[in-house]
Ligand binder design. Structure first.
Ligand SMILES: [Zn+2]
Length: 290
């Protein structure tokens, strides 16, 4: 069985590298071998060119149990250990730096809007774990509270982490997150992001049961953007009613007033001047005692 898992890690590493989800020696992959045993990628190797004999075996504290001479566990193993500790139901962890998801993580924009039915049904939302220096305990601690209710997490100014019942399930979630980030970016560049309604999100959540999709946690009732996160549910941002726009449309037409998601209105200099002139004109008409 270990041989098959070693081969799976090699194949997933190759896919991560081929798709540009990692550069240089970035990223790491691990899988449970037993109650206190993990098989994981070693430190300092390109994930695109691994061989099965490179993998190391550790315990759940990250101590090296077995490995070829000179091979050490990944420097980011701590993050994996936290995921296994918090989620006894999962058996595999994948970490990479896919450029679009990582771009959202750098911008501080979580992938938590009800945009794609498929994503709402499977992953729910992908929140951002606060920044922690990579490979430190601090980094691992920022992941712990979020990994309880999510199978995918963005890591601020760093990358993404996914978990699953097996290696391929964890890897496919990484693909889904990057694909979701790409679609979200295009929709935002086009200036329109129509969200699924709260009602539709509830219907999609119902499908999880119907199709036996293992979701780590339910979607939060009435999630309020900006409110303190409830660690036991997933925040999926969706408008109350169909057709209601949570995110106002904006576009690039000259002269258009753009409204940001935070309610901030952006005006050109000419538009601002026009508004001031109009206000002055109205004041002048009313006279000083108005
Ligand atoms: Zn990393």
């Amino acid at each position: 069985m270990t041989d098959a898992l070693r081969a799976d890690i090699v194949e997933i590493g190759r896919r991560l590298w081929m798709r540009g989800f990692v550069a240089s020696n970035d990223g790491n992959i691990s899988v449970r071998l037993g109650p206190d045993r993990l098989l994981m990628t070693p430190a300092s190797v390109s994930k695109g060119f691994m061989t099965p004999d490179m993998m190391v075996v550790t315990d759940l504290e990250g101590r090296l149990i077995e490995g070829a001479p000179g091979r050490k566990p990944s420097s980011e193993a701590l993050m994996h250990l936290v995921a296994y500790r918090e989620r006894p139901d999962i058996n595999a962890v994948v970490h990479a730096h896919p450029p679009l998801s990582t771009g959202f993580a750098v911008a501080g924009i979580p992938l938590d809007r009800a945009v794609l039915a498929e994503v709402v049904t499977t992953l729910g939302s992908i929140p951002i774990a606060e920044y922690g220096t990579p490979s430190t305990r601090e980094m691992a601690d920022t992941v712990a509270p979020l990994i309880k209710a999510h199978d995918g997490v963005l890591l601020a100014n760093h990358g993404a982490l996914t978990i699953g019942r097996d290696l391929y399930s964890a890897y496919y979630k990484m693909e889904t997150i990057e694909h979701f980030a790409q679609i979200s970016l295009v929709a935002r560049q086009l200036g329109r992001e129509h969200l699924l309604s709260r009602e539709e999100v509830a219907r999609l959540q119902g499908l999880r049961g119907t199709y036996g999709i293992a979701a780590p946690a339910p979607i939060c009732q009435d999630p309020e953007p900006g409110s303190a996160a409830d660690p036991s549910c997933q925040v999926v941002i969706s408008p109350e009613a169909p057709g209601e726009r949570l995110v106002p449309d904006s576009n690039f037409a000259p002269g258009a007033v753009s409204v940001g998601a935070d309610g901030e209105i952006r005006l050109t200099y000419a538009q601002l001047t026009e508004l001031i002139d109009e206000a002055v004109r109205q004041l002048a008409q009313k006279g000083p005692e108005g």
